[in-house]
Design a protein. Structure first.
Length: 95
């Protein structure tokens, strides 16, 4: 394989990592802002600092530990959103 193809593969993987980071970070930011009604800058700063600290653990440790944790956290946030939507719908039906 030529060096150019390896370079393209490397850059493709880097772009994939960055786009995944941005999309997941935005979802966590947006959901957190809706759930806790906090200032967006504070949530962004907290996420940024947390991601910076986590980056020192190494990629294999992050994949082994944090990916399942993020999945469970996502399920937890979804359950909170469903609960709040049901409460909101009940309050609309019973004025």
């Amino acid at each position: 394989m030529s060096y150019f193809l390896l370079y393209l593969l490397y850059k493709t993987i880097q772009i994939g990592i960055v786009t995944t980071l941005l999309s997941n970070g935005f979802v966590i930011y947006d959901t957190s802002k809706k759930l806790w009604d906090k200032n967006g800058f504070i949530i962004f700063l907290s996420l940024f600092c947390g991601a910076y600290i986590i980056s020192f653990f190494g990629f294999s440790n992050i994949v082994e530990f944090l990916y399942p944790l993020i999945g469970v956290t996502g399920l937890f946030l979804i359950s909170i959103l469903i609960y709040r939507l049901r409460q909101k719908n009940k309050s609309r039906k019973n004025p």
